[in-house]
Design a protein around this ligand. Structure first.
Ligand SMILES: Cc1cc2nc3c(=O)[nH]c(=O)nc-3n(C[C@H](O)[C@H](O)[C@H](O)COP(=O)(O)O)c2cc1C
Length: 461
């Protein structure tokens, strides 16, 4: 059988995500409806009808206020603000679906591992094993100030903190409760066997957690781990912890980055096949190419360059309002924000770009970033990107919601299914089982997190 495309809807529980300015589009609904549970329930049903693997819910913990040293450009266009907490919509979406999974973003820099591990175990119980965690270290200076710091913790140190955060989570998820701890022994009056529930006694550099974990083990114990950093530290972190990684760029760049992460994973003793790779997808589709083209042009009218620059400012640390000499080369400078974003217009660009060329990338909706066409043309482009880059799947963005996703489900999904490169039916099981088959529901034994399991520890003695 052909390798089949994995598909996540790339979304956020706020007014706008990355389709900058398109709240003004007459067909856009989300900026009014994202506060309604019904919107998310309808979205979940739509995505399950389209056999999406998961909805990926991004999140940030501050406003974008780097561009022009002001929050106004981002707030004016609703750039990831107003933004609700992503976790709360998940049980509602799970209650109307059977197979769709939910990847929720949580920051290791600002949350505490004990409370976080409990929340994700709860979600994994309530969804019957359909939860993933998008692990982020957060790049917004405003988030740091919201959580009591005067400035961001430095980029590489954030990954060090994250590493210990995960160690605590693994101890809670994998090591605290033994299988079979809940015995329901009515005769002897024992619901839970205390001998099978353990403190973790974690004393590290950044965290101190006694335990035990408050929730009993969920189907997956540890949720499926997503990660999206491609700096040196980011790749190393992904290689150790992630089961799904996100990589952008040309097919060659994606291939090289994924090979790099997988070979680092081998050095951690992991099977490289236990990492799935995803890249971005944005599609405008209609019955005919002409209709699709005019839909794209209509969407482009509403694009907001100011909003796009505001988002770039926060994620990269480059304040584009300071770049006035248009013919000068746009030079790399180190920032403590996201490294991949900063490099995308400098070190990772195909050549040195001028300031004007970089500014232009944000000032209009880029034709090259969107696949536009009829269902056959779109499926051709997706298939060739899938084959050339060697990825396992895509995070599908949207220009107009829910319209762009409805079009995709109605027009593109049947064509991908006809070609045999997209599932017609879901597999049974938890999210991890759906993704990796025989690996099973809990972390595989080659994953560092599984080393905290008591049976693994015991058998190693
Ligand atoms: C597909 C994708 C989704 C992301 N989602 C979030 C998010 O929801 N919240 C966040 O703070 N960062 C998010 N990021 C940013 C990453 O977590 C990370 O900060 C960024 O890729 C830079 O990492 P690096 O400095 O290791 O290169 C996302 C990145 C990608 C590629």
């Amino acid at each position: 059988m052909n390798k089949q495309i994995l598909l996540n809807a790339f979304d956020m529980t706020g007014a706008m995500h990355n389709s900058h300015g398109l709240w003004k589009h007459p067909e856009n609904r989300r900026h009014r409806r994202y506060k309604d549970l019904d919107y998310w329930i309808e979205m979940a049903k739509l995505l399950e009808r389209g056999k999406f693997d998961a909805i990926f819910l991004a999140d940030v913990l501050g406003v974008y206020d780097v561009y022009g040293a002001s929050k106004a450009p981002s707030i004016r266009d609703g750039v990831q603000v107003p933004l609700n907490d992503p976790a709360f919509v998940i049980p509602a979406m799970a209650s109307v679906t059977k197979h769709l999974s939910f990847a929720v973003t949580v920051s290791t820099t600002y949350e505490q591992p004990f409370g976080h591990a409990r929340r994700l175990s709860t979600l994994d119980h309530l969804t019957k094993g359909r939860v993933a965690w998008n692990i982020v270290t957060s790049y917004l200076p405003n988030a740091a100030r919201n959580f009591g710091l005067s400035d961001m913790i430095q980029h590489d140190k954030r990954y060090e903190v994250a590493d210990e955060f995960l160690e605590v989570c693994y101890k809670l998820w994998e090591g605290s409760w033994e299988d079979g701890a809940v015995i329901e022994d009515v005769k002897n009056g024992v619901l839970v066997d205390p001998a099978k529930v353990h403190e973790i006694h974690h004393r590290g550099e950044y965290y101190s957690v006694e335990g035990p974990h408050l929730t009993e083990p969920s189907l997956q114990r540890t949720p499926v781990m997503f990660q999206a950093g491609t700096s040196e530290k980011g790749k190393d972190f992904a290689a150790k912890h992630a089961e799904c990684v996100f990589v952008g760029g040309t097919p060659e760049k994606i291939k090289a980055a994924v090979e790099d992460i997988r070979s680092r994973a081998e050095r951690y003793g992991r099977n490289p096949e236990h990492i799935k790779a995803f890249t971005f997808l944005n599609v405008v589709v209609a019955e005919t190419s002409e209709e699709a083209e005019s839909k794209f042009l209509e969407a482009a009218v509403y694009w907001s360059g100011e909003a796009a620059k505001a988002q770039f400012g926060g994620s990269s640390g480059y304040d584009l309002s300071q770049y006035c000499d248009l013919d000068q080369p746009f030079e790399y400078k180190h920032t403590e924000h996201g490294q991949s974003r900063a490099k995308s217009v400098t070190k990772d660009a195909p050549r040195i770009l001028t300031v004007q060329e970089v500014l232009q990338q944000f000032e209009s909706l880029q034709r090259g970033s969107v696949i536009v066409g009829n269902p056959i043309e779109v499926a051709d482009a997706i298939q060739s990107q899938f084959e050339a880059s060697g990825v396992d799947g895509f995070n599908l963005a949207h220009l107009v919601t829910p319209g762009s996703l409805e079009d995709f489900v109605d027009l593109v999904v049947p064509e991908l299914q006809r070609r045999g490169i997209y599932k017609k039916e879901y597999k049974e099981g938890t999210f991890r089982e759906k993704l990796f088959g025989k690996v099973g529901s809990v972390l595989p034994e080659d994953h560092p997190g599984s080393q905290y399991r008591r049976d693994v520890k015991a058998s190693a003695l």
